[in-house]
Design a protein around this ligand. Structure first.
Ligand code: AMP
Ligand code: MG
Length: 488
């Protein structure tokens, strides 16, 4: 590992590294054979105060691959625990991701720069610490698609090919992803210290998270209660946003739920094509624990895990602490419902009266019965709202086009914001078949063209893109993807 004195790209200021040593392992990334930059996210680089052209230099590729530790970088792997599919694992941690440092972006927000696939750490267990190209590109596409949809998410600054192979179901090309997050603390980070009865660390972590993400909590009568309330509110809002674009996270383990309220960990995630509340794509979710419509329930479950860890901080006695935790948790359901219903009625240009919600829920029922494409139904309704002649385009998405006979006039009768609909109903989502095609071209043929084009389309999801209509269409029967894989 070489340390370079060349002018630093990143102006690091590392707050996590100032926390007690038991929060992490200090470890440098393991160099790779032949780093070569696949892509840099120029708009995100600018947001981070970086010159995108500086990021395309060989020196930058070496830093982003983990071959060079940049000046000011203090690489570390974070310790965390987590409930995986409901089972507690007291030690998980960054087994293949290394935080190389934090920067302050142009809005004054502190952002983590993480290298995913950067080599083994103390937390790697049997893993190789590496990432394969396919899952790296998948995370790049889906995280940036989410950001463009206006959904809180970790971002992707760059992808670098390693020139090495990783062993998965066979030998696959390796890559490193530079992930950017407002923070990487997870529900599982709190669980790590709670499982060790390390109250001092819990308090330090909570204070850290409050200062970084929810500074207003410091003024509250009970800052830790206010903090729990804030995380609950952020997650209720996030999960509502997922549902409103048909997103299925796929592995909502507590180690994959951030304190910041950002979507994290794009493993077997997927956007659904036709509307089916029970939809599951993940190959490892046989029982549908993380099915589309189960996500709010699981969000609640995960937040209960967080609330339990905070009990010692919430009050003087355990009994009072539990009461505080329960009161806080009671807000999750109503907050989620309110955010979801508001978003759903807005998607239909409706108001917030009970009749409006009933109308929206009725549409969902009809969509499920008729295997109507989720994204396209709402997008075409946005067009039909402005031009009734376009109702035929909506009907044609339903197995029985007559299913909407009563619904359409009822909706038109209550419609009040036709103009606003397009801005909340994307034309383009990261459809599974498009993602798979882009990944296959890159991994099999070394052709990054489809990846580049798809990314371009998905970063403007609300714009009509003439000539790119095919990216907005549901898969043909032979293109349907039924399973997605973690690829770790
Ligand atoms: P994930 O499924 O990505 O949320 O990861 C769950 C846990 O497995 C985390 O502690 C990861 O760091 C670890 N892990 C996943 N893949 C690897 C790998 N290839 N090498 C080492 N650790 C891994
Ligand atoms: Mg994870």
């Amino acid at each position: 590992m070489s340390r370079t004195d060349s002018a630093g790209l990143f102006q690091f200021d590392n707050s996590y590294a100032r926390l007690p040593e038991r929060f992490y392992q200090r470890i440098d990334p393991t160099p790779v054979a032949a780093p070569s930059l696949i892509r840099v996210n120029a708009p995100l680089a600018r947001e981070l105060g970086l010159d995108p052209s500086a990021l395309t230099s060989p020196e930058a590729a070496a830093i982003l691959a983990g071959n060079v530790v940049a000046p000011g970088s203090e690489p570390l792997a974070m310790a965390y625990a987590g409930h995986q599919f409901g089972n507690f694992v007291p030690q998980l941690g960054d087994g293949r991701a290394i935080l190389i440092g934090e920067v302050i972006d142009i809005h004054g927000v502190r952002r983590d720069i993480h290298l995913k696939g950067a080599g083994r750490t103390r937390f790697s267990r049997r893993g190789d610490g590496r990432a394969a190209l396919g899952p790296v590109l998948r995370e790049y596409i889906v995280s940036e698609a989410m950001a463009a949809l206006g959904i809180p998410t970790t971002r992707t600054l760059a992808a670098v090919a390693t020139g090495e192979q990783v062993l998965r179901e066979g030998l696959l090309p390796g890559a490193v992803l530079a992930r950017v997050a407002a923070g990487h603390a997870r529900v599982g980070t709190f669980e790590y210290f709670a499982a060790r009865r390390d109250i001092e660390a819990l308090r330090a972590l909570a204070d850290y998270a409050i200062a970084r993400h929810y500074p207003a909590c410091r003024e509250a009568a009970n800052p830790y209660r206010a903090f729990l309330d804030a995380v609950i509110a952020a997650q209720a809002d996030l999960i509502a946003k997922w549902l409103l674009v048909g997103f299925i996270h796929g592995v909502m383990n507590t180690d994959n739920m951030t304190i910041s309220g950002e979507t994290i960990d794009f493993g077997p995630c997927a956007f659904m094509d036709f509307y089916n509340p029970r939809q599951v794509y993940s190959s490892i979710d046989a029982r549908g624990r993380y099915a589309y419509a189960n996500q709010p329930t699981i969000g609640h479950w995960n937040l209960v895990c967080l609330a339990e860890t905070l009990v010692p901080l919430l009050a003087e006695t355990e009994e009072a602490g539990i009461a505080e935790a329960e009161h806080a948790m009671a807000a999750f359901g109503p907050k989620f419902e309110a955010a979801y219903r508001l978003g759903l009625t807005r998607k239909l240009g409706l108001g917030a009266a009970e009749e409006d919600t009933a109308l929206a829920l009725e549409l969902l029922r009809l969509m499920a019965d008729n295997e109507a494409d989720f994204t396209l139904s709402f997008r075409r309704l946005s067009e039909a709202a402005l031009d009734p002649a376009k109702e035929a385009g909506v009907r044609s998405l339903f197995k029985d086009p007559a299913a909407l006979e009563a619904w359409l006039p009822a909706w038109r009768g209550r419609l009040r914001d036709a103009e606003g609909m397009r801005a909340v109903n994307p034309a383009f989502i990261a459809r599974n078949h498009l993602v798979e095609d882009a990944l296959a071209a890159a991994v099999r043929d070394g052709d990054f063209g489809p990846f580049e084009t798809l990314l371009e389309v998905l970063t403007r999801p609300f714009d009509d893109q003439p000539g790119r209509e095919v990216y907005g269409l549901p898969p043909r029967p032979e293109q349907v993807v039924t399973r997605t894989f973690c690829g770790t």
